[in-house]
Design a protein around this ligand. Structure first.
Ligand code: URA
Length: 184
């Protein structure tokens, strides 16, 4: 079956999901991009702008993130951009059960896309994908090789926007990604 059709199916499941919608605000944000992407970027959860439109990373941190993609020569239409949590939680930051549930949808998406590189942006992304807690501040820039895939650990773009010191490290991680892409 065609990957686009399969991803649309997962997006439909997310839209109908009774667990996802509990204590959440606005539209679901399943993610967007190329179903045949070699790189998938994973964030945290939709923010207000995203919940209004149903599109990932279009608010302030999203604009910053997308501009950085361009800077390292990545066309945003060639990659896939998503998050473990598919709705904006009422409390703001997603809790462990939001992540544990959201990851069931995310894992299906990753299975369909089957990318070579997965960029984990922040603690929620790490927990949602690798099912463990890794302190991003100490481990950013690290690449984990697991079952034919490379997982690059970095910060969430919102943290990079907020703290100039993190912004420098985040940009270094993106330069590392640029080098990794040279090899795929
Ligand atoms: N932060 C995320 O993790 N995802 C978005 O879509 C927007 C902000």
């Amino acid at each position: 079956l065609n990957k686009k059709i399969e991803l649309d199916e997962v997006a439909k499941e997310i839209k109908k999901c009774p667990i996802c919608i509990k204590d959440k605000i606005g539209k679901p944000v399943p993610g967007e991009g190329n179903p045949n992407a070699k790189i998938v970027f994973i964030g945290e959860a939709p923010g207000k702008e995203e919940a209004k439109t149903g599109r990932p990373f279009i608010g302030r941190s999203g604009k910053f993130f997308r501009s950085l993609l361009k800077e390292i020569g990545i066309n945003e239409k060639e990659v896939f951009i998503t998050s473990p949590v598919k709705y904006l939680p009422k409390r703001g930051t997603p809790n462990v059960s939001d992540i544990l549930h959201g990851r069931t949808h995310l894992i299906k998406q990753l299975y369909v896309i089957n990318p070579e590189i997965i960029v984990l942006m922040g603690n929620v992304a790490v927990r949602g994908v690798l099912e463990k807690s890794i302190p991003v501040y100490n481990k950013h820039g690290k690449v984990i090789d697991k079952e034919d895939k490379k997982y690059l650990i970095t910060f969430h773009p919102a943290a990079a926007l907020r703290f100039p010191k993190i912004r420098i490290l985040f940009k270094e991680d993106f330069q590392k990604l640029k080098k990794m892409i040279g090899g795929i």
